[in-house]
Design a protein around this ligand. Sequence first.
Ligand code: NAP
Length: 319
Amino acid sequence: MTASDVRNVIVIGGGPAGYTAALYSARALLEPLVIEGISWGGQLMNTSEVENFPGYSEGVMGPQMMSDLRAQAERFGTEFVTDDAVRVDLSQRPFVVETGEETYRTSVLIIATGANARELGLPSETTLKGKGVSYCAVCDAAFFRGQEVVVVGGGDSAMEDAIFLTRFAEKVLIVHRRDEFRAEPIMLERARANEKIELVTGAVVDEVLGSEEGKVTGVRLRSTETDETWEVEAGGVFVAIGHDPNTSLFTEVLEHDEAGFLITKPYSTATNVEGVFAAGDVQDPVFKQAITAAGSGCMAALESERLLAAEEHARATAS
Ligand code: NAP
């Protein structure tokens, strides 16, 4: 294609939201182009087994599931560019999207660039990812039945994760770096009232400890006041210190919250710029699940199709 062609729909992002938006757009004959990123697939490429995506009754490996979603979008004619978008111009339609190599123009843009779970930044955390270190309690709690686990963080996610984990784990230790919590008082109260939960404040994880077989065996904690260290046994470490949405290309123009998550209209994926929709984790600081991302990708595609059809109709009746 040449730079002068205007696409109906460009989707930026190759995760569950992006591929679902592409699937629906392709089946509506909008011939979508997905700029899926150099490392397409999103957060699920770093996940081992996914047991909570409907349809996979036996579970599925994260990368396999992403290949399946991509193949389904491809089957109906989606085109893919395996490159990162590096610049967008949303000041007028058609919108402009640039990769390092090409410039594309599109009537409608669906942003599905996702978010990344914040990491502690420890080499041992990276080594033991998926081997006891997790960033999603809802996804992985069931693997820790009867075990002792650590949750890191002092926000609502940490409290919610800890409370959820008590359904499976024998004991949950919340480790928070300050004495004050960011979590809502009601969430903190619920955690405090739970007999299986213990809170440690003024401490950080200094190291995630692992066995020779490469499984988490515990953590070494360090006091933020005295620098004293001590070890705690645990089969799992749930890091719940927030998410960073991938929105730096858009935040100058699109409304976003303090953390950078794009703001969409209620019951909609529409942003403050007509013709720009946002789907998946990039606009969802709350649920952050593959299935909710896919659902909002579907919404974005349906809304894109409606907008394009209404504009087409308006053009036809005006002439
Ligand atoms: P958050 O509110 O940003 O909290 C992150 C927590 O992690 C903070 O306590 C922070 O400590 C800590 N932290 C950050 N970086 C750290 C590091 N490198 N090492 C150790 N600790 C670190 O994130 P969140 O809990 O994911 O919540 C995000 C949003 O979703 C919030 O608006 C929250 O209210 C909402 N949410 C709501 C619900 C609910 O209502 N049911 C559930 C989940 C999330 P400091 O406090 O010291 O900065």
